[in-house]
Design a binder for this molecule. Structure first.
Ligand SMILES: [Zn+2]
Length: 201
């Protein structure tokens, strides 16, 4: 059972009041429509730090380092998870899916209204779909996924997909460099190992 950490309570006590105004930028969607970016809160960095800690745990078991935490409107983590595809031999064991399930158990309802999801990598089709189903209010991600990102890169699920019954606010690029470099380190280590194994044959 993954731990639910209350360690950021203090950091968040003043965080959800303190909205910085700097990130209210206009952004053009894939459809050409212009929207306001969701504002960045003072605690976004700190929550993404928790998601990065989760990502490291994924790498420890040989899984691609992606981590996720879900925070309620009182500033408490109610769900957290990291990618466990290899560990659990489960193609659906993405960080967001694990965190969503844990959060729904901790929440009064399966509708995770007023929650914010922090994830180190742009969600895929499955996870973006699950975030729509879960009715989350806001998604904050670290780096975009050029091959499978389903919120901005490949699709606009939860953002500009008007055929779905729910949309969420999105904040992009929080701790982007660290989120990206943890993935790059993992894949370069994987390549190094496979070259080494090849040399041994
Ligand atoms: Zn996913």
């Amino acid at each position: 059972m993954a731990r639910i950490s209350p360690t950021l309570d203090a950091a968040c006590a003043h965080a959800h009041a303190a909205l910085t105004t700097s990130a209210f930028l206009r952004r053009e969607l894939r459809t050409g429509e212009a929207v306001d970016e969701a504002p960045v809160t003072a605690a976004d960095d700190a929550w993404m730090d928790e998601a990065l800690i989760e990502a490291q745990e994924a790498a420890a078991s040989g899984d691609v380092p992606v981590g996720c935490v879900i925070v309620n409107s009182d500033g408490h983590i109610i769900g957290r998870g990291h990618n466990e595809r290899e560990l659990a031999r489960d193609p659906t064991a993405h960080a967001e899916m694990i965190a969503i399930r844990q959060a729904a158990r901790a929440f009064p309802s399966w509708r995770l209204s007023d929650t914010t999801v922090y994830v180190t990598l742009e969600p895929c089709v499955m996870c973006a779909g699950a975030l729509v189903h879960a009715r989350v209010a806001r998604v904050v991600y670290g780096c975009a996924d050029p091959k499978a990102g389903a919120i901005d890169t490949m699709f606009g699920i939860g953002v500009d997909e008007t055929r779905l019954n729910h949309r969420f606010e999105v904040t992009r690029g929080i701790r982007e460099a660290e989120c990206r470099s943890s993935l790059q380190r993992f894949f370069s280590e994987l390549r190094r190992k496979s070259v080494k194994e090849g040399e041994g044959v």
